[in-house]
Every structure is written in C-alpha cells, then in structure tokens.
Design a protein around this ligand. Sequence first.
Ligand code: FAD
Length: 205
Amino acid sequence: MKLMVPKAWAGLPYFDKLKGLQGVPVINIHIWFDRKLTTVDHLLFSRSPLLSVYADMSTTCREYADPNRSMLELVFAPAHEWIGKSDEDIMEATMKELERLFPTEIAADGSKAAVRKYSIVKTPLSVYTASTGRQAYRPTQRSPISNFYLAGDYTFQRYLASMEGAIFSGKLVTEAIVEDVNLGKRPETLKKIAEGEKPAALAAA
Ligand SMILES: Cc1cc2nc3c(=O)[nH]c(=O)nc-3n(C[C@H](O)[C@H](O)[C@H](O)COP(=O)(O)OP(=O)(O)OC[C@H]3O[C@@H](n4cnc5c(N)ncnc54)[C@H](O)[C@@H]3O)c2cc1C
C-alpha cells in the first residue's frame, strides 16, 4: 500500500503515517519427504530460533493428505539475515534445524528421511513489525478520500497483523461503508453496492 499511494495523497497525515509501519521479511519452506514423520501431527509453534512455526501438511491439511509420506511446511523467521541467501543455503540451515527437532527421523546429511523435493518462497515485505507503539500508525478503514476505504491486517483494529485481523478489518470496512451510505456521506455508487448491486467490474465478470 505504501508503494501505491498516489503522489497527490502522499502528504495527507492519514497516508503519511503508513511510514511508521515496516514489513518484516519471511521465508516459507515446503519439504516433501519419502516417508511419514511420526513425531508431529499438528501445527507447532516451535522453540527453534529459525523455524518459528510448522506443520505436517500431509496430516493437517486435506489437500496434501498422504498416509505414507510427510510434507512439512515451515515458516523461517526472523529472516533478515537469510532473505538474500540462496535456496541451497536456506535449505541447508533448515535441515540442520530439522535434525535438532526430529532427532530420530531426520539427519541433515539425508541418511534418514530423504527429501523428495522442496520449494522456498521468499516474502521480503510480510506483516509489519509489531514493535511498541505501532498501533498509532495503523490507518483506519475509513480514509479521508470520499470513495476510498482500506481493509487488511495492517489497518486499525484490535488484533495484530494476522488472519483474524484481516477478517476483522473486512467486517469494519463493511460497517464503515454502510454507515457512511446511511448518513448520506458517500457517493451514489457506494450506496448501490451497499444495497446489493454488483460493481460494474464484477457484474461484467
Ligand atoms: C509465512 C507467513 C506465515 C504466517 N502465519 C500466520 C499464522 O500462523 N497465523 C496468522 O493469523 N497469520 C499468519 N500470517 C499472517 C497472515 O497471513 C496475514 O496477516 C494475512 O494473510 C493478511 O491478510 P490480508 O487480506 O490483509 O492481506 P493478504 O493476504 O496479503 O492479501 C493481499 C492481496 O492483495 C494482492 N495484491 C497486492 N498488490 C496488489 C495489486 N497491486 N493489485 C491487486 N492485488 C494485489 C496480493 O496478491 C494478496 O492476494 C503469516 C504470514 C506469512 C507471510
């Protein structure tokens, strides 16, 4: 959003304060193994300094279900020092960590569970850094532009940037639009959308 604010709006305090939010880099790692790992069967928030949260998708997610072979999905964070490194370096560090987390099943040299394939997804600007005082920099869903509203995890609401926060912001933005339409503050187009009419772009789809 910070990158997309039009020049004409950039000086407005509402958009200017977005500068107080900084995205953190995150790396997502997906690893397909040749056998079923038996020591994890749910989502884990991990004690590992590199792999903050992971799950065996072959057990926890219907789309990846496999009774015989595990697929681990792991969040590699904080990733500041790693985001610029090669996939091979990241994978090597991950396997060393996995050896610690799964001592009986995984060896970094591949002598236990073998990796069938892997995929590394880098997100250089992920959720904003949740440091002290950030709440003051989150924009409300209602902007000073009459037909422009914001939703998203980073917008002002009671949760941190998260799936819950993103959904809650969607609820708040809907309330703001309906409220504005009812008070007659917003343009005719929004009124029609609030009353159930599809926007032209959606109607054409
Ligand atoms: C690796 C990782 C792990 C996470 N783990 C968790 C977790 O365990 N629990 C949790 O609650 N949260 C987690 N989060 C955070 C959570 O995913 C986000 O807070 C949430 O998805 C944000 O939702 P959103 O709708 O605000 O934004 P997004 O989901 O980022 O949606 C924004 C959408 O806009 C699209 N877009 C961007 N620019 C444009 C453009 N110019 N034109 C059109 N479309 C555009 C993007 O492609 C994207 O689809 C995690 C995030 C990451 C990266």
